[in-house]
Structures are given as C-alpha cells and as structure tokens.
Design a protein around this ligand. Structure first.
Ligand SMILES: CC(C)(COP(=O)(O)OP(=O)(O)OC[C@H]1O[C@@H](n2cnc3c(N)ncnc32)[C@H](O)[C@@H]1OP(=O)(O)O)[C@@H](O)C(=O)NCCC(=O)NCCS
Length: 190
C-alpha cells in the first residue's frame, strides 16, 4: 500500500525520553477522538498514568511528527508473559491531520512491527460506531480480519519474512536520520 503523508510530516519510532511528546499528543485529542481512542471517556489524569505505563511496558510507539510536534501515534503493547503471541494496538491522529492518510500509514507500521515481533493476534479496542477505524481496517483486509460485532477487534498478522524485517529496519534508520535533521534545524533556529 502506498504511503502518502501530509507535507512536512514524518513517521518514526519514539525514543526513550520522548514520553512527554506522546502524553501531550493524547491530551490534545478532541473529546470525540479521545473517546474513540480509549473506547470510552477518560480523564486527563487517566491519560497521564496510561502513558507512564506504556513507557514501562516495553511498548513500541510510532509517532507522526510535524515540525517536531507529535500529531499522531500508533502503539503496540505486549499483553504479558502468558500471551507472548498477543499484543494490543491503538492509533490516534489529531483532528486537523485526520483523513490525510496518517492513520493508514501508522496502522501499516504497527502491522509490520507486529509481524516481525511474532505477534499472531492483535487486539484493538474499537467502539462499534467507530466507522472511521473500521474503514481504515478494511484497507488492510489482506493482512487482517476484524470482528466488529464486539467492541474489540482482533487482527491476525502474517509471519515475519527477511523482507518484512528489512522494511522495518529501513524505516527505523530513515526515522533516525529525519529526527537528527529536525533537531539540528531547531538548534540552528534557537
Ligand atoms: C481512526 C483514525 C486513527 C484514522 O486516522 P486517519 O488519519 O483519519 O485515517 P486515514 O486518513 O488514513 O483514512 C483511513 C480511512 O478511513 C476512512 N475515512 C477517512 N476519513 C473519514 C471520514 N471523515 N469518515 C469516514 N471514514 C473516513 C477512509 O476509508 C480512509 O481511507 P481512504 O482515504 O483510502 O478512503 C483517526 O480518525 C483517529 O485518530 N480517530 C480517533 C481515535 C480512534 O478512533 N482510534 C481508533 C481506536 S484504537
């Protein structure tokens, strides 16, 4: 699937020490997006604790950045030692950047990472009325299957291949280079 991002936007993995960027992004979500993201209403305090936990749980987080500000995120959380092949995935995009292909690009990255980590089943908490997420999931029909009857969608990912591992490595090194460039530009401006 071809990836087209809004101008100036990049997707890369979040680094250790960038938790605040993730927290600020989630807190900026409008009420409807926040409700859809967490499959229910949650407080600011809940979000602060949630992000801290994500940081300590070996989660993989991708960020969509515009001018160094995180405007979208995709999170992949392992579900614990007993469910080594299962993980939870969640995606969020701030309203002005929605419907521009960012969610599709983020879901693509998460599925690639899930595949390379050997996760066979991904859970996604998705409200039944969340049409947008369901449309987005349908775009990946070849790789995933969703159960929209319940609030939780289940995604089966394909097995890793040398090519899928290479794709993730290439996207990581590209993300590192763009982050360095971004940091350098901001230091020069300061
Ligand atoms: C769901 C969400 C992640 C989608 O992100 P996005 O960047 O808007 O998604 P995309 O632009 O890649 O669009 C994906 C598909 O959604 C559908 N879509 C886009 N905008 C839509 C709209 N306004 N209404 C209905 N469907 C829409 C389209 O099918 C689109 O595919 P297409 O552009 O090829 O037709 C985003 O809307 C969001 O953050 N919502 C709040 C949080 C949430 O619901 N998270 C999911 C639960 S984990």
């Amino acid at each position: 699937m071809q990836e087209v991002l809004p101008e100036g936007g990049v997707i890369r993995k979040l680094w250790i020490g960038e938790t605040a960027k993730y927290r600020e992004h989630i807190l900026r979500l409008d009420p409807e997006s926040r409700r859809n993201r967490f499959a229910g209403g949650v407080s600011d305090d809940f979000i602060r604790k949630y992000v801290e936990l994500a940081n300590s749980l070996d989660a993989v987080i991708y960020g969509f950045f515009v001018n160094g500000v995180m405007r979208g995120a995709a999170e992949l959380r392992p579900l614990g030692v007993r469910l080594v092949r299962e993980a939870e995935a969640a995606i969020s995009v701030e309203k002005p950047w929605q419907s521009h292909g960012v969610g599709s690009a983020l879901l693509g990255r998460v599925l690639l990472t899930a595949r390379n980590r050997g996760y066979r089943l991904l859970h996604m908490a998705c409200l039944a009325e969340n049409q947008r997420m369901q449309q987005l999931a349908r775009k990946f029909d070849a790789d995933i299957s969703f159960d929209f009857e319940s609030a939780v969608g289940e995604v089966e990912s394909s097995r890793p291949t040398p090519m899928s591992v290479m794709r993730e490595l290439m996207s990581d090194s590209h993300g590192f280079a763009t982050a360095m460039l971004d940091l350098q530009t901001r230091m020069l401006r300061a």
